[in-house]
Design a binder for this molecule. Structure first.
Ligand code: GLC
Length: 425
């Protein structure tokens, strides 16, 4: 059974492999996506280390001069996706989008490096990537935390990676729609419209893109100029974790300056994160930097915070919260609280389960010693795969596969999880 699943997962990766990068899935997402690539490299690393490194190397080849690593790289033209390069108009030789995505590459690179069999290749690759990843982290703290609070904001819902979360509803409602050029969505031709965002939300997404484009994609101006500025605990946890992993890698490779700068970012972030804790919900919440208030939306972003070293009592509270959620739905971890009125088990980030998020939450809680809930998350993830294949996401109540099928990072997580199952502790 286990070997069968690994073979099937490898076939999914092979199908979406474009040589130097993978597409998340064929049809719906025909380009390279930032955090998809970093997480998918983990899957490749179990059977082809050179290919795993190439995935991340390709991503960083398209890093901007200011340090940003874009969320999409349009390697090949394909009119099956909207918004395409002509809408972003970022002026790059190989076109990219103009926003970023969760900074998980630092974590992925350290993990791939730590377990690499080809040590010479791993050292060479990690050494080349180290300053680039560090430049990206510096870019975040300079451009997305201009006041030096310790936490970075996203300026577009798509940066979060949790594109359509309930977390963004109130902040997105303040984004205007006047002046948005008429467009035709492509996503609804590939996936069930009932699983996707609404047209109204799409107009606001595009307004933000047009607004940033009008500012020449000058990142030193975009944060303050954006009507959408949200601090997401999950997003920050990923960045903090990557800073810590980069620090450890820098120690190994004798790069003391990168190590100490990275630790300083992480420490400031962990300290600032506590202000996002909600006693009422027993988890972290997002913070709206425009209104100066916490966003009363109990989503998976506040649980994903456990991916970085939060205090033990917080990790324990999150484990308890997951226990409670686990009595409400058969499959952990739903992307939104099943008891909340906005919960929708089928709609994109408003309820469904994503295996990559399960993997990161489980990883963080394992470090915190919360082994019982980790077991449950891993078991639920495997049951989803066995019942419903390598889908983009799953209904946490029925296990129905949703969104795109034959999904790269889902397959990568299966390889990663199944290998960890048999690895010595
Ligand atoms: C969706 C997801 C995002 C992901 C992309 C490609 O936009 O919300 O997180 O990176 O699909 O899989």
């Amino acid at each position: 059974m286990k070997q069968d699943l690994i073979e099937q997962a490898r076939a999914v990766l092979a199908r979406n492999d474009r040589g130097d990068y993978t597409v998340p899935t064929h049809g719906l997402y025909p380009f390279q996506w930032n955090w998809d690539s970093a997480l998918s490299a983990l899957g490749f690393s179990h059977f082809d280390e050179a290919r795993a490194w190439r995935e991340i190397e390709t991503l960083f080849r398209h890093q901007w001069d200011d340090g940003m690593v874009p969320h999409i790289i349009f390697h090949e033209m394909n009119d099956g996706y909207f918004p395409g390069p002509e809408v972003w108009a970022t002026g790059r030789a190989v076109p990219t989008s103009g926003i970023t995505q969760p900074a998980v590459a630092g974590f992925a690179v350290r993990r791939i490096h730590a377990r690499a069999k080809n040590r010479a290749l791993a050292d060479a690759q990690a050494r080349a990537l180290l300053p680039r990843i560090h430049a990206w982290h510096q870019w975040f703290y300079t451009n997305r935390d201009p006041q030096g609070t310790g936490l970075v904001a996203i300026i577009h819902p798509w940066e979060s990676g949790r594109d359509n979360s309930v977390d963004w509803d109130a902040a997105l409602a303040r984004v205007p729609t006047e002046g948005v050029a008429p467009f035709q969505r492509r996503d609804v031709a590939h996936a069930n419209p009932a699983h996707r965002p609404t047209d109204e939300e799409y107009r606001r997404y595009i307004w933000l893109v047009q607004h940033f484009r009008g500012l020449g994609w000058d990142n030193s101006r975009l944060h303050d100029a954006s009507p959408f500025r949200v601090v997401d605990p999950g997003f920050n946890a990923i960045l903090i974790r990557s800073c810590l992993d980069l620090a450890a890698l820098a120690d190994d490779l004798g790069e003391a300056e990168i190590a100490s700068a990275s630790r300083a970012f992480a420490q400031a972030g962990i300290a600032a994160m506590d202000a996002l804790w909600s006693e009422t919900h027993g988890q972290y919440l997002c913070f709206d930097r425009v209104t100066g208030a916490l966003i009363d939306s109990p989503s998976i972003g506040g649980l994903l915070a456990a991916f970085c070293p939060i205090p033990d009592h917080r990790a324990q509270a999150i484990a308890q919260r997951l226990d409670a959620i686990g009595t409400a739905v058969p499959y952990l971890v739903p992307s939104h609280d099943p008891a909340a009125p906005e919960f929708d088990g089928l709609r994109y980030w408003r309820g469904p389960v994503w295996l990559i998020v399960n993997y990161m939450i489980a990883d963080g809680l394992k470090r915190a010693g919360q082994t019982r809930i980790v077991r449950r998350i891993v078991d639920d993830s495997l049951r989803l795969i066995e019942q419903s294949g390598f889908a983009e996401y799953y209904d946490p109540v029925t296990a129905e596969p949703c969104g795109g099928s034959s999904f790269t990072w889902t397959a990568a997580m299966v390889i990663e999880i199944l290998n960890a199952e048999t690895a010595p502790a």
